[in-house]
Design a protein around this ligand. Structure first.
Ligand code: ATP
Length: 279
């Protein structure tokens, strides 16, 4: 559904995106996971035509971005990282404005707005001005707005940044429901849990490059099943094992404090880069 080929974006001396290639299949929830500054936002901005790449090409549903922008705009929805709702408009008016911009006829527009307000659980807040909404509600409204024109592909840049764990889970549920309805999803995140629990496949990015790609299970299996974290003389060490039993046996002989746990995507990132995602 999405094909990214050798994408490059240079800002002065910074190569924000440095030869990125990957594909997203129809019906997938695909996550780009990486630390702040890895180039995720720049990538999503290129894919949603908010900025042009220095080099490379992108195809969405077979349309080439550089020559078929209009066709692509009709089939994609975009939820940016920063809240950009119109502060002076109500919930209803924010949706209406977007529907008009997409030239959705009045009757159909109204129907879609009712349906989406129901979907995001904000039917009874329709007359509120957006500053009166909580952070989670604003994020849900941004998702509804992006869905007004029935996009086949939805892009979400850090969809749960700054939200509490419970609100984050609600957003995940919305994203899963949309995906069940057939919408292909590409999101960026620097939350390990979000990538692991929500995404079918994850591309790990660092310094504008894709350093690993696979299902969360595949990526973790490269390291093993269990990890022993040992803290001794102020040094933290990680040792990976194919089973918990092996990890327990190894840990029994270690000095200092020891933690045995399952491998997660943070471990994959650390092994590949020597750094943590959230340094
Ligand atoms: N308009 C710009 N001008 C100059 N440099 C930029 C611009 N936009 C991004 N960059 C730089 O490109 C690199 C990648 O930034 P980008 O925002 O894409 O990363 P990110 O992974 O999305 O991080 P974050 O989650 O913090 O937004 C950074 O070094 C950033 O400073």
């Amino acid at each position: 559904m999405i094909r990214v080929e050798n994408l490059v974006k240079v800002f002065g001396r910074i190569r924000a995106v440095d030869g990125l290639s990957f594909q997203v299949k129809e019906g997938e929830i695909f996550g780009l996971l990486g630390p702040n500054g890895a180039g995720k936002t720049t990538t999503i901005r290129i894919l949603t035509m908010l900025t042009r790449p220095t080099a490379g090409e992108v195809y969405i549903a077979g349309h080439r971005l550089s020559t078929e922008a209009e066709q692509v705009k009709r089939i994609i929805g975009v939820v940016p990282q920063h809240i950009n709702l119109d502060q002076e408009l109500t919930v209803w008016e924010n949706l209406e404005l977007h529907g008009r911009l997409h030239r959705i006829p009045r009757e159909e527009r109204r129907r879609r707005m009712e349906e989406l307000l129901e979907f995001i659980g904000l039917s009874d807040r329709r007359h509120d001005l957006t500053p009166q909404l909580s952070g989670g509600m604003k994020r849900r409204l941004m998702i509804a707005r992006a869905l007004m024109h029935h996009p086949r592909v939805l892009f979400l840049d850090e969809p749960t940044v700054g939200l509490d764990p419970q609100t984050r889970r609600k957003i995940w549920e919305l994203i899963r429901q949309l995906n069940h309805q057939g919408v292909t999803i590409l999101l960026t995140t620097h939350y390990i849990e979000e990538a692991e629990l929500l995404c079918h496949r994850v591309g790990i990015v660092d310094h504008g490059r894709l350093i690993a790609l696979g299902t969360p299970g595949e990526l973790k299996a490269r390291l093993g099943k269990a990890v022993v974290e040992s803290f001794y003389n102020g040094v933290v060490d990680y040792h990976f094992f194919g089973s918990r039993e092996e990890a327990v046996n190894f840990a029994a002989h270690l000095p200092g404090t020891v933690l045995i746990r399952e491998v997660n995507l943070e471990d994959v990132f650390v092994e590949l880069t020597g750094r943590r995602v959230r340094d």
